[in-house]
Write a protein that binds this ligand. Sequence first.
Ligand code: F6R
Length: 234
Amino acid sequence: MNIITVKDAQEGGQKAFNIFKEALAADAKVFGLATGSTPITLYNALTASDLDFSQKISINLDEYVGLAPDNPQSYHYFMQQHLFNQKPFKTSYVPNGLAKDADAETQRYDDIIAANPIDLQILGIGRNGHIGFNEPGSPLNGKTHKVPLTQSTIDANARFFDNEEDVPRFAYSMGIGSIMTAKHILLMAYGENKADAIQKMVEGPVTNHVPASALQNHNHVTVIVDEAAASKLS
Ligand code: F6R
């Protein structure tokens, strides 16, 4: 793993932007994208730039089951707000939260990934080492699947919904195996609350108790961390 330590998320976003630029110069066609707070500085740098994605493809990691793309809590909506409205791609794939048949939807998504091999995959990391919605215990070779959300995620999301029963109970997520097919993986992490996960991901054993540790087995991983997230690395 190539670890780049930066001052803060702002500088991290700029470094990640440079990696995007290099990927485009090397004719990358397919970009794997993530939601969450971590990639926002990267997306801001992309939207402020003159880079053109109109002939490129994006594939997002995950989506809540049951949410329509125009639901402000959906990951689809997040991507529209933070990137796609300003920088449209030729085609942007996000799992369909309204799909009637979960098996058909996960198969459809795996077929999309197989037909469009990911050149550069963006990742954040959870405090517990999760990537995508692959929580501790997920198989390290898994494909796209429907995941039950943990009670703590359901509780944390409840404030965004009028009724507790509207909070999604499941999500679709690319599996760790799907993520590992990307040619280059760029994981970013900022803040002290990510320091344990980063230490275990980089220096701990490869184990499904820390899903991100699987990245040790990938031959092209770049990690951008601020000093706080890097603080437990030896
Ligand atoms: C989001 C995703 C998640 C986040 C992770 C970190 O699409 O797949 O794994 O990357 O939960 O979230 P933030 O960036 O909000 O700390």
